[in-house]
Design a protein around this ligand. Structure first.
Ligand SMILES: O=C(CO)[C@H](O)[C@H](O)COP(=O)(O)O
Length: 383
């Protein structure tokens, strides 16, 4: 075989070469296992299985520096304490700035309980969080049934419908939300829909996301993931559907559009309040614009009863997923500025956890107690 002096020739099945890539060989019996610790900021894809100091450093969440951050942590910790129980072995981890606090609290449950668990990410960010926290990474194609999924939200309404996708991850987020719920088909007003009968999808957010009607707090619109080549046609259809201000989401630190983890584009489509009030329920169509219009565009105007916004957007050709999560969540946890937590449950109950009963209060009480004990023992031991 001819070889260039500049390009070393390697034999791909050479055990030494394989070992140099993966840190172990097929004869170890554990090959091939995913061994990398982190890809963020790394130049090499292959990193040894020894936890790197960088990974350890990245898995530490800095203490919150603002009221909003503190309320995210409060929501995340309270939700983890109530919903991630020792018997839960397959756990979905969502995306966004609240989720690092979820992972932080799960890690605090200890190595013993976490060693038998597998964590399923909703995208690049949560994959990094899982790996950096040295938790076991899995994927939803291995685990299509998840015990509990915890995720952030951009806005949650009184019915626990929510907008997600501010971070462009809502396709995977919805798959993981569905994997955590149990669905049965039901017929409602002549339409077959899937209703969840057992919910294990939990939302965590700060107080700004707690709302009555979607779109009143999160005004940039419903995130819609679309296949790139169809985006102009979809924008046109969304304008006809009632969102004349729908736009393609542009990247901030890159020229051109945001590209999702799945290689798609994201459109943000704000709809008027009356269309957002109940984006899910099938109900009789309100006034149709003028007689010939529904005949020409029946799908856009909605004939008869099938007027739910979620389905109508999803039915547009080229739409991959809509960032409206309707009747999927078991509960939504909102951290408040005063240290309390508001919990909205799927059956309509609203629960309030007072500040002195929250996990953060317990932590500071425990710290104060620890400090007092240390002081007392120091003074007792002093000569
Ligand atoms: O849906 C999401 C990403 O696609 C996030 O969960 C949502 O944007 C909330 O993020 P944050 O916790 O940063 O407010």
């Amino acid at each position: 075989m001819l070889s260039s002096p500049l390009i070393p020739v390697v034999q791909l099945d050479d055990p030494a070469y394989v070992a140099s890539l993966y840190g172990r060989t097929p004869s170890d019996g554990v090959y091939p296992q995913p061994l990398r610790q982190t890809l963020a900021g790394q130049t090499s894809q292959y990193i040894t299985s020894t936890p790197s100091p960088l990974a350890a450093q990245q898995s530490k969440v800095p203490p919150p520096t603002s009221a909003v951050e503190a309320s995210k942590r409060l929501a995340a910790w309270t939700a983890v304490d109530r919903h991630i129980l020792p018997e839960h072995k397959v756990i979905g981890i969502g995306s966004g700035s609240t989720v690092p606090y979820v992972v932080e609290r799960i890690v605090a449950q200890g190595k013993a309980v976490n060693k038998d668990r597998v964590f399923i990410p909703t995208g690049f960010q949560s994959k990094e969080l899982i790996v950096n926290a040295e938790l076991l990474l899995g994927d939803v194609d291995q685990y299509p049934v998840i015990d509990v999924t915890i995720d952030g939200a951009d806005e949650v309404d009184h019915d626990l419908n929510c907008i997600k996708g501010g971070g462009g991850c809502h396709l995977r987020e919805k798959v993981l939300a569905e994997a955590a719920d149990t669905y049965v088909p039901t017929i409602e007003r002549s339409a077959m829909i899937m209703r969840s009968t057992d919910y294990s999808f939990v939302l965590v957010a700060d107080y700004r996301k707690n709302s009555k009607v979607l779109g009143t707090m999160f005004k940039q619109g419903i995130p819609i993931e679309v296949v790139p080549f169809a985006y102009t046609k979809i924008l046109q259809n969304l304008h006809l559907l009632g969102s004349p201000r729908a736009v393609l989401r542009m990247a901030k630190a890159k020229a051109g559009p945001v590209v999702s983890d799945n290689g798609n584009f994201i459109i943000d489509a704000p709809f008027p309040e009356e269309m957002m009030q109940d984006p899910y329920t099938v109900r009789p169509s309100p006034s149709l614009p003028f007689p010939p219009f529904p005949l020409i565009f029946p799908m856009l105007t909605g004939l008869g009863e099938h007027t739910q916004l979620l389905t109508r957007i999803k039915m547009l050709t080229g739409v991959v997923e809509v960032g409206l999560f309707c009747h999927m969540a078991k509960a939504a946890y909102f951290g408040n500025q005063d240290g309390s937590v508001t919990i909205k449950w799927h059956d309509g109950r609203v629960e309030q956890v007072q500040a002195d009963k929250s996990p953060l209060a317990e932590k500071s009480q425990a710290e104060a107690l620890g400090a007092a004990v240390a002081k007392l023992s120091a003074s007792t031991l002093a000569p």
